[in-house]
Design a protein around this ligand. Structure first.
Ligand SMILES: [Zn+2]
Length: 401
């Protein structure tokens, strides 16, 4: 049964909508039973979702007492959301409907060293192109979600970091993209966004962690169906957990950060120590590309590449174990472009390590999975963030259905 926790939290419309999506056609009685909410509260929530055009009555079913129960279903095409995930090396755009189905997906260039204005213009162009491809009017779009790295000021829609270049520090990303598209824009941490997106895939109430790897490494945690946000939504920075106390100094100030010793940045650095390997793997300035080449070589059985990926999986396993022990999750999902091809290798290595070393393994097992679409999942999640934000602040006006 779905649980909303101790009762100190107010269940959101988003959570009710998740159940309608999961179980439709569903009666109000079933919804109330599944959520533990009172009939009156559930009726109120359903009325709001119906008024938004997201839910409608789809038929009736005879109940034990003879009075027919009205069944509710989702209206998947009531609106759609645009999602982006971008970082220096990789970017994806999607259009997603209310059911969480991907209508269009596009690979885009990473931000590289380009100015924010240029990247914003490209994202705005992608919005136009994707809506055209999906045959959707702009009025159908609830908004744009942008999933990216931190630290960020999620509320203000501003990045608080000098990467990819100094021009991005304090750049009003959400405001500028909103100006360029005429749509509202929500910013979200990439790994947290992926977690929110995965909830739509039947994971609405669960406890799980997302380990994200693209150019950098991050993580997100969903507890009882809610993203763990910390004080400023900048928590669970797995990439800056030290796995080597005497390791190289990271930009963040810490030493031996997972990002610098296990992710694409770390693998690139390790390869660069050998001129022969640098040449064999055609190491350049794009760390994600470098990593993908080493990963492919490892899949083909290259012993040096296998050793490098082995170092990466071992260090990522240590950090993931820490994450699992801290939050007592029962599942870890791997997402991000870096897992697109070598995800299964990481899954197997992490699973083996966690099976041997998780503190609560005698109470419950912890399952490691690769997301269905590792490269696209954070963008899909970003799109679902738009919906979630709207449902958590019902004063906002939805588009005409
Ligand atoms: Zn660091």
């Amino acid at each position: 049964m779905r649980s909303f926790g101790s009762g100190t939290r107010v269940p959101t419309l988003a959570a009710v909508l998740d159940i309608v999506r999961e179980r439709a056609p569903v009666s109000r009685v079933e919804l109330a039973e599944a959520t533990g909410l009172t009939q009156a509260t559930m009726t109120h929530a359903v009325r709001k979702l119906t008024a938004l055009g997201f839910v409608r009555e789809v038929g009736t079913v005879r109940s034990a007492r003879g009075t027919p129960r009205r069944l509710l279903g989702l209206v998947p095409d009531a609106c759609c959301m645009v999602g982006f995930q971008f970082d220096r090396y990789h970017s994806v755009g999607v259009v997603v409907d209310l059911a969480g189905r991907v209508l269009v997906e596009r690979e885009l260039a990473g931000a590289g060293d380009r100015a924010p204005e240029e990247v914003i213009a490209e994202l705005a162009e992608a919005v136009d192109g994707m809506l055209k491809e999906a045959g959707l009017a702009r009025e159908k779009v609830l908004g744009i979600g942008v999933a990216t790295y931190g630290p960020q000021d999620r509320e203000a829609g501003v990045l608080q970091v000098v990467q990819p270049t100094a021009a991005w520090l304090d750049y009003p990303l959400a405001e500028k993209l909103s100006e360029a598209t005429g749509l509202s824009v929500a910013l979200e941490n990439d790994a947290t966004a992926a977690g929110i997106g995965l909830q739509v895939r039947g994971d609405a109430a669960s406890n799980f962690a997302v380990v994200f790897m693209s150019g950098g490494i991050g993580a997100g945690v969903i507890i009882d169906g809610y993203p763990y946000r910390g004080a400023t939504s900048n928590g669970v920075e797995l990439g800056h957990i030290s796995v080597d106390a005497l390791g190289p100094r990271c930009n963040c100030g810490n030493r031996g950060c997972l990002d610098t010793v296990a992710g694409p940045i770390g693998i690139t650095e390790l390869v660069r120590k050998s001129p022969a390997l640098t040449s064999r793997f055609a190491i350049g300035s794009d760390v994600l590309d470098n990593f993908m080449r080493v990963g492919r070589a490892a899949l083909e059985g290259d012993p040096d590449a296998k050793e490098l990926i082995g170092i990466s999986t071992q260090r990522l396993s240590i950090a993931t174990l820490t994450l699992v022990n801290l939050f007592d999750v029962s599942r870890v999902v791997l997402v991000g472009a870096a897992f697109a091809e070598v995800g299964d290798m990481y899954r197997d290595a992490l699973q083996e390590f966690l099976d041997e070393a998780v503190f609560m393994r005698h109470v419950h097992s912890v399952q490691v999975q690769v997301a269905e679409n590792p490269a696209g999942a954070p963008a899909v999640g970003a799109a679902m963030v738009v919906l979630r934000n709207l449902l958590e602040s019902p004063s906002e006006t939805p588009p005409a259905a």
